[in-house]
Ligand binder design. Structure first.
Ligand code: ASP
Length: 280
């Protein structure tokens, strides 16, 4: 049983040491709580659990604390994938729900599994998700000041359960100030992908991650026989062609945990039951 979670990137210029430390402490608390949960739940249930906790923590740019788009509204994206059934579900640019990942969880049981914009929000309401504002005063102040938000902080989790099954979930408030309608990588197979061999979740500049089909490519390489290290290395090398900005976490079916980033300011934590590690 293994898990790895990430709390996205933070900006070296605008993030205080205090925030950095607070993010690391939050990741350690959440990874430990999630590992306990994993003992009696499936990988799929566990990644939703972890990402909901991260969405509830305003330190991260997902759920509560999400960034604000150019028109002053928050729109969030999240996706979920089950490595065993290969089902992928997600919401793109959903508004005013506390936990976008839980809407993705409901969608996994439907035939139409990726919904965007107003349709995603309407589906959430019809499924019993109450209207909930995920805005916090700090994000509004940054928006009003047209200041860069406090670092990107998309969240994600990959879990390998006691039956050897993998699942992955990713959730984001986007990059902030984006054109209305922009689609983040987080609810696509470039940002969130898993099969029975390997699972990967990304953070970084969505456009860079999409251009490289990053998560899907890493997973495919592991499926075709690459070690997880080599699959990450080759895929990150390809990002260099356009100085792509991305960070990824992954676990393969043997339980090897791996992470890599193009620019070293990403926060991660992993737990295998014996050892909890946090790194940036
Ligand atoms: N990948 C996200 C996006 O481009 C942002 C992030 O990871 O912080 O919307």
């Amino acid at each position: 049983m293994k898990i790895i979670i990430h709390g996205g990137f933070f900006s070296e210029s605008s993030t205080s040491n205090e925030t950095k430390l607070a993010k690391q402490n939050a990741l350690v608390r959440i990874v430990k709580e999630t590992h306990t949960f994993l003992k009696s739940h499936s990988a799929l249930e566990t990644v939703v659990f972890a990402v909901s906790l991260l969405e509830n923590d305003e330190l991260f740019n997902a759920g509560i604390g999400s960034q604000i788009q150019s028109d002053g509204k928050i729109r969030m994206s999240a996706s979920l994938m089950d490595g065993t059934s290969q089902l992928f579900s997600g919401v793109i640019n959903i508004e005013e729900v506390k936990n976008p990942i839980k809407v993705a969880e409901v969608l996994l049981k439907y035939e139409d599994r990726v919904l965007g914009g107003e349709g995603a929000t309407a589906f959430a309401r019809a499924s019993g998700f109450e209207k909930f504002s995920t805005e916090i005063p700090q994000r509004r102040a940054e928006y009003e000041a047209k200041a860069a938000a406090n670092g990107q902080g998309t969240v994600g989790c990959v879990a390998l359960d006691r039956d050897g099954k993998l699942a992955v979930a990713t959730s984001t408030g986007g990059k902030g100030f984006e054109i209305v309608g922009r689609v983040s990588d987080s609810a696509t197979v470039a940002g969130n992908y898993v099969n029975e061999f390997c699972g990967v979740s990304l953070t970084g500049v969505g456009e860079d991650i999409l251009s490289n089909a990053t998560a899907a490519k890493i997973v495919t390489r592991v499926t075709d026989g690459f070690t997880i290290e080599k699959a990450f290395a080759k895929t990150f090398k390809e990002l260099e062609a356009y100085d792509g900005f991305a960070g990824a976490i992954g676990i393969d079916r043997e339980g090897n945990i791996f992470h890599q980033d193009s620019h070293p300011t990403m926060v991660f934590a992993s737990c295998d039951g014996v050892k909890t590690e946090v790194f940036q």
